[in-house]
Design a protein around this ligand. Structure first.
Ligand SMILES: *Cc1c(COP(=O)(O)O)cnc(C)c1O
Length: 222
């Protein structure tokens, strides 16, 4: 795998305003460093233990994003350094992130994960629950978090039209919420959607952040 070449190929296809998040889960720190040396600065991980081990072994100017299932009792391990938690799927988790951010004396940026796929295996609020969350302005009670946008994953399928519809649903919801008055509203700007196999479709539907692992680092060894 030529990581540098993969990165530059992908980056050359991204329109202005779309950021590349390199998903480094299951790849060792040395591999992450290769991407770092090629200029990549934003990385994402999906397991707390793995991230907590890698973070101190790598340069301090890396912006780490969390994209996996996050148990409330593990938030404290990443709270001191995490740049963005993209996979917030419950109010309980919001509350704990806020509490740990306060303990660290910082504001933690996050995205609300929305369930848009046809499969049950993916986490997130339903579109209705998400709308209600913002309409109720639950964020008012949490002073140490900044809600920056939405994240979603499309169904794992070869049906591009279905994927496009699912991303379209998320974009419509995102635009709807953007027009609502709620705490932190002016900083609600990010729509994280698109992975190695569907990021082109996601960009067509308005993604501002694509999360790419396999396309940069090759197939993961589990
Ligand atoms: C693993 C993962 C990715 C990256 O998937 P690839 O197909 O390897 O690009 C993106 N987003 C989330 C939430 C993931 O868990």
């Amino acid at each position: 795998m030529d990581i540098k070449e993969n990165l530059s190929k992908i980056k050359s296809t991204l329109p202005e305003g779309v950021r590349l998040i390199a998903v480094s889960k299951f790849h060792p720190a040395e591999t992450v460093k290769e991407a770092y040396d090629a200029g990549q600065r934003i990385f994402a991980e999906s397991r707390v233990q793995e991230l907590a081990a890698k973070q101190p072994a790598l340069p301090g100017d890396i912006e780490w994003h969390f994209i996996g299932t996050l148990q409330t009792n593990k938030v404290r391990h990443i709270a001191p350094f995490i740049s963005m938690i993209q996979s917030v799927d419950s109010i309980k988790l919001l509350r704990e992130i806020n509490r740990q951010a306060e303990n660290c004396g910082r504001t933690i940026r996050l995205l609300i994960e929305v369930h848009i796929a046809g499969e049950d295996t993916k986490h997130g609020f339903s579109t209705g629950e998400c709308r209600a969350l913002f309409a109720g302005d639950v964020f008012k009670q949490f002073a140490c978090i900044q809600v920056c946008g939405l994240m979603g994953m499309a169904t794992f399928t070869g049906d591009t039209e279905q994927i496009r519809r699912e991303f379209g649903t998320l974009r419509t919801l995102f635009n709807e919420i953007k027009s609502m008055p709620f705490t932190g509203h002016p900083l609600f700007t990010e729509l994280s959607m698109g992975m190695s196999d569907d990021y082109r479709t996601a960009i067509g539907e308005g993604s501002t952040m694509v999360r790419i692992g396999t396309g940069i680092f090759g197939v993961r060894q589990y």
